[in-house]
Design a binder for this molecule. Structure first.
Ligand code: GDP
Length: 432
């Protein structure tokens, strides 16, 4: 059984914890898109780990982890993460594989990211400025450098030529000539020495693994509403964070994915710009942010917070073919005196039930809310469904009804054990 775990909102849904929980039931964890802009926070063995690039499965001994061709790889960030883990006694050698077709993030991509955000002024996207967007631009612009290209770092190589041209373009754009292509090439030669043992044809590896009866967990980064095609464009990430990205980003066919688990918070957050219909301004929003510790794992930025938006998650369910949801951070609602659920939008008197593509139309949407009863007792740390207060169970039932997807897993705290796997749900068959 191979499972895809994908964000069903605007990212930061708590995928890291859910993947970490499910990992022991699988043999391989594979990432297919994004870069080190993702920030998965996982608590394991008494330590807090924030993983940006490495699949969260790496924290489990014996699990193989794969970085697919759809991921953009900053070698500096990769080595830093590997060293941090090794510092905690977690050995990654021999079980971390990187696609030879993955594109590289190079120093000039970071410079160009900063420049492009500065130029956008008020219309800033709120990227992490780690060069991810410009690296994807180079990929689509057919000037990118792939991991496998590093095998030949000689001055006459296609690699050297690409670096020379790309650095010259960067220097022209920025009006700065301090970055020398020779320096970048030297860095890449050094990076290749360390990367080489990890580099493989990921598609062949995964195909063989499947033939050998090994199971794969596909780990998504970001969320459906940040997808480059289906998200709130242009306030999106630079890759396909929806299901198709798993296939193209790893070289696997759609039948390799047996089930799709969407991860959604019991409320809504987003980082950066763009409309957020169920956003909660003022004290109530601040309360959710504080209670949910909604500050970016990568950047520390405060996240915008609001009520659960069933229009958005229904949309995510449709475009991903989500079989079930993992509902996270239910406990964060424990302190809310009143809880609301956005079931539809209203615009010019019209009821809107499908997520609009046009940002101006989305921005003009008013949420239509249902108010549900707040809980009579806290849910934090509850580990059996029957032990949840009746109001919380009613909330989940209503959320399932308006979203049209069953909730198979409920998370009530950041600890791995603060989790409910519902009996009779699809997740109960995954061995958790
Ligand atoms: P990801 O990128 O989707 O993995 O999400 P993040 O790691 O950025 O954010 C999730 C944060 O919420 C992490 O700090 C988790 O430890 C924490 N978290 C996950 N599930 C729960 C939960 O059910 N309750 C609470 N209170 N925190 C949770």
């Amino acid at each position: 059984m191979n499972l895809a775990v994908l964000g069903a909102q605007w990212g930061d849904e708590g995928k890291g914890k859910i993947v970490d929980l499910l990992t022991p039931s699988f043999s391989i964890v594979a990432r297919s898109q994004g870069g080190h802009n993702a920030g998965h926070t996982v608590y394991a063995a008494g330590n807090k780990f924030v993983l940006h690039l490495l699949p969260s499965g790496i924290l489990h001994a014996g699990i193989s982890c794969v970085i697919g061709n759809g991921v953009v790889v900053d070698p500096v960030a990769l080595f830093e993460e590997v060293e941090t883990l090794q510092g905690h006694g977690i050995d990654v050698e021999g079980r971390l594989l990187v696609s030879d077709k993955a594109h590289l993030i190079l120093p000039y991509h970071r410079d160009l990211d900063l420049l492009s955000e500065a130029r956008r002024g008020e219309r800033k996207i709120g990227t992490t400025s780690r060069g991810i967007g410009p690296a994807y631009e180079d990929k689509i612009g057919r000037r990118g450098v792939r991991v496998g290209d590093l095998a030949d770092g000689s001055p006459e190589s296609p690699l050297a030529q690409a670096i020379r041209e790309n650095v010259a373009a960067r220097n022209r754009l920025i009006g700065d000539s301090t970055l020398r292509w020779e320096t970048v090439l030297d860095e890449l030669r050094a990076a290749w020495k360390r990367l080489r043992p990890m580099v493989t044809d990921v598609s062949v590896y995964l195909d063989q693994a499947r033939r050998d009866g090994r199971s794969i967990l596909f780990e998504g980064a970001q969320g459906a509403l940040l997808d480059i095609d289906h998200g709130t464009y242009p306030f999106v990430t630079s890759s396909n964070s929806t299901i198709g990205g798993v296939c193209t980003g790893l070289g696997v066919g759609p039948r390799a994915i047996d089930a799709v688990l969407g991860v959604a918070k019991a409320y809504t957050t987003r980082v950066g710009g763009g409309p957020l219909p169920s956003e909660l301004p003022g004290d109530a929003g601040d309360r959710l942010r504080e209670s949910g510790q909604e500050f970016g794992a990568s950047t520390g930025r405060p996240r915008r917070c609001g009520w659960y938006d069933a229009v958005a998650v229904r949309y995510a369910a449709r475009i991903n073919g989500i079989d079930a949801l993992a509902l996270t951070k239910l406990d964060v609602l424990d302190t809310m005196p009143e809880i609301r659920l956005c079931t539809a939008y209203r615009r010019n008197g019209e009821r809107i039930t499908e997520f609009p593509a046009d940002l101006a139309q989305l921005a003009a949407c008013e949420p239509e809310y249902e108010t549900v009863r707040s809980w009579s007792s806290p849910t934090a740390g509850v580990r059996r469904y029957a032990d949840l207060p009746v109001e919380a169970r009613d909330y989940i039932a209503r959320l399932e009804a308006v979203t049209g997807v069953p909730v198979a897993i409920v998370s009530t705290g950041s600890d791995r054990d603060d989790t409910i796997v519902r009996e009779g749900s699809i997740a109960a068959s995954w061995g958790v």
